[in-house]
Design a protein around this ligand. Sequence first.
Ligand SMILES: Nc1ncnc2c1ncn2[C@@H]1O[C@H](COP(=O)(O)OP(=O)(O)O)[C@@H](O)[C@H]1O
Ligand SMILES: [Mg+2]
Length: 258
Amino acid sequence: MLEVIQLTKHFTQGLLTKKTTYAVQDVSFQVPPGKTLGIMGTSGSGKSTVARLIAGLIRPTAGQIVYQGTALTNLSATQRQPFRRKLQMVFQHPGLALDPRQTIADALLEPLYVHKLIHSQRQGLNKLESLLHITQLSPDVLQKYPWQISGGQAQRIVIARALGLEPEVLIADEPTAMLDISVQAQILTLLKTIQQQTGLSLILISHDPDVIKACADHMISMMNGKVAASGVPSKILTQSDSLFSLRQAMLTQRKGEI
Ligand SMILES: Nc1ncnc2c1ncn2[C@@H]1O[C@H](COP(=O)(O)OP(=O)(O)O)[C@@H](O)[C@H]1O
Ligand SMILES: [Mg+2]
């Protein structure tokens, strides 16, 4: 379905100093249809950059993104357009993703018109109904503005808006990081349910091992832009946990020596 091969992104900043950040280096993984790939890593390890590269928001320095046999990286912006809809992204801050001047109904309808998926008001209403149903939202949110709804509702709306475009891959970048614990679990359960209903592939980014363990079929962990480990979460996470305790033990020992 989706294959990422040696994906690399360097950012160069500063006109005089030309400081280069090696945000993503040689990252490779596959996401099979209907499965969830977890990406774990500390802040600054390159997770969001991988997400933005796959969603086509930025171009890679090197490497390839192959979607259903098509190498996306070689395509021009126009050639890439039809694929954009198939790879949708949900961000960490649902509040920022919604325009405060737009009602929820308009926020949901706009991308559908842009991508010409609806052609009449009736089609629009039908689509809204099914999107609210799948994200378990009540119809009274439609007339509200983003600042009148809760964080959990906003994240459901953002998910609904992405799903409206009928993507085959949904990239969720820390989708629950800004939410209360109880709401976090609801959103993750919702994503899982949607995946079961639609056969969607998910890329779930989180710094939380428990989230990855609960949701991902396969995972990579990132460190300084590189893949540090890759495999089944239950195995990787025990491995990295033991690596962590090994390091702690070494630090304690060194302190003893001093
Ligand atoms: N547009 C950008 N310009 C310069 N540096 C960036 C840009 N985006 C990300 N970076 C840098 O790339 C590294 C990885 O960032 P990011 O992918 O956001 O990490 P994560 O999502 O894992 O916290 C960080 O050092 C960050 O400062
Ligand atoms: Mg990030």
